[in-house]
Design a protein around this ligand. Structure first.
Ligand code: FAD
Length: 243
């Protein structure tokens, strides 16, 4: 199916793109990614940043500096251009009737699915607490900082906690985002979602399991969560967190 570029805005290396369709948009669940093909490049997964609606899908695509579809998407793509959509996928979605507070842990464009999960939570349960920990190395990596602060004003039960690992900035937590998020006092009663670079996701999920968070309430796109659970059970935690 062909999608059309409706709009885009650049935030540093990240381009926020809205894609629409003339007929009805297929329905996704918050947390899903879409397989998108830019030009002749192979299709790649990109997380959907917005709640399901009838008019557009929003994506946050980073120009990684390589000659792939993401570079096309963040440089030469224009309004009205066509993008081929190959379907939705993903290992996790929001759970509307769950009463647990949410701890969302994101790095890089891993922010996109967390925005979708947060929006779904605002729609399904206004009093559910949502804590979004967003990490980067440097201040410039926090490309959505202003919008996230606006979201805190709009939603009483939403907290945004920016974290920087390689730079000290006043009023921003210093350290690795997952390590900071997992110190939250509500951790054991929360549902935890993690998205971002694979190493960051693996480290955060492994440490959450080691702290005793149940696998059923940890969500990520790691395909091998069951293997991690076994390794943590066997006491091999140090070996895998060093990977
Ligand atoms: C579940 C999931 C969700 C994702 N969501 C998003 C998202 O929301 N936003 C987003 O921007 N990306 C997202 N990604 C990553 C995205 O799918 C692509 O893999 C990434 O953007 C690069 O794709 P590409 O087509 O531009 O490059 P590719 O075609 O994969 O690579 C182009 C060239 O660059 C090289 N290359 C690629 N990466 C590197 C690297 N890190 N170091 C050195 N060389 C490299 C390749 O070997 C190749 O030669 C997601 C990935 C997954 C698995």
């Amino acid at each position: 199916m062909e999608l059309t570029v409706l709009s885009f805005e650049d935030h540093g290396l990240v381009r926020i793109i809205r894609l629409g369709v003339i007929s009805t948009l297929p329905r996704h669940f918050p947390g899903h990614y879409a397989l998108l093909q830019f030009g002749d490049h192979p299709a790649r997964p990109y997380s959907i940043a917005n709640s399901p609606n009838d008019t557009y899908l929003e994506f946050h695509i980073k120009n990684g500096g390589h000659a792939g579809g993401s570079t096309v998407a963040t440089t030469s793509l224009g309004i009205g251009d066509k993008v081929i959509f190959h379907g939705f996928g993903g290992h996790y979605t929001s759970i509307p009737d769950c009463v647990r507070p949410l701890i969302l842990v994101a790095g890089g464009t891993g922010l996109a699915p967390m925005l979708s999960i947060a929006a779904a939570s605002f729609e399904s349960n206004l009093s559910r607490s949502v804590f979004l920990f967003y990490g980067g190395r440097h201040l410039a990596d926090l490309y959505y900082d202003t919008r996230l602060k606006e979201m805190m004003v709009m939603h009483n039960h939403f907290s945004y906690i920016p974290c920087l690992s390689d730079e000290w900035v006043d009023d921003i937590a210093h350290g690795v985002v997952g390590d900071i998020a997992l110190q939250h006092p509500d951790l054991m009663k929360a549902r935890v979602y993690v998205a971002g670079p694979v190493d960051m996701v693996r480290r955060t999920v492994t440490q959450a399991l080691a702290k005793g968070v149940l696998p059923d309430v940890i969500h990520s796109d790691l395909a091998d969560l069951a293997d991690l659970v076994d390794l943590v059970d066997l006491g091999n935690l140090i070996a895998i967190t060093k990977k």
